[in-house]
Design a protein around this ligand. Structure first.
Ligand code: SF4
Length: 223
């Protein structure tokens, strides 16, 4: 209990410092955080889009809708549970701005380097059992990824920030890429989500949702 409150205080202090970070002058927003959620699972996105800084939460728009549908369908976890039980991180925490063609700018190597210390610190604090990197940029922070076909649908054991953990990569759920909607991406994404659902750290979260719905249905029966 004491250890948990120490971790909570450490994580809250971390998030406060993260939100004040202004290391990257080309970024177009201040940082976005999913909050100081103590978890055995970290989900790593690429970088927020234009809407996330306004709504002040990661995966707040269309990509998030698809991502949370995956968790609902394969793990039985509602979006509210995913947000309140999984720590959300990203390769870069600020919106990088648009390219001349209108897409979201991919963070530059110096920005990725600047932001990596935040992720390392989070791994040191949380010591997660599972990291789920979402999209190629997030995946390549941990393992080589020349082709999504070679890594999606597989589980890896990696070491980062002095900690060994499981890694289950997912493709980016953004509508910009159809990879996860067509063969073989569709089947590989389903296989990856089944790995996620079976992971003990996720199964423990699914237990939370089931006991919550059991409690709710008992409550309804009593009324
Ligand atoms: S991208 Fe990361 S390192 Fe750069 S300003 Fe935002 S929070 Fe700081």
């Amino acid at each position: 209990m004491v250890a948990r409150s120490r971790i909570q205080a450490h994580l809250e202090d971390h998030v406060i410092r993260l939100m004040q970070c202004r290391r990257c002058p080309r970024m177009q927003s201040t940082p976005v955080s999913g909050g100081a959620v103590i978890s055995d699972v970290m989900l790593i996105g690429q970088a927020p889009g234009p809407r996330e800084p306004v709504l002040q939460k990661p995966f707040a728009h269309t990509a998030g809708r698809t991502l949370f549908q995956w968790f609902e369908k394969f793990c039985g976890l509602a979006e509210s549970t995913v947000r309140s039980k999984i720590y959300f991180a990203a390769v870069c925490r600020c919106f990088p701005g648009k390219t001349v063609t209108g897409g979201d700018r991919v963070p530059a190597p110096d920005e990725i380097r600047n932001c990596s210390s935040w992720m390392d610190e989070e791994i040191e604090i949380l010591r997660p059992r599972l990291i789920i990197p979402v999209g190629r940029l997030a995946i390549t922070q941990f393992i080589e990824c020349t082709k999504l076909e070679k890594v999606i649908g597989r589980k890896f054991c990696v070491r980062r920030a002095g900690h060994t953990l499981d890694l289950i990569p997912l493709p980016h759920p953004s509508g910009a890429s159809p990879w996860h909607k067509v063969s073989p991406g569709k089947q590989l994404t389903e296989r990856a989500m089944r790995h996620v659902a079976r992971h003990p750290a996720i199964a423990a979260l699914a237990g939370c949702d089931q006991s919550l719905s059991r409690a709710k249905s008992n409550e309804t029966r009593r009324n």
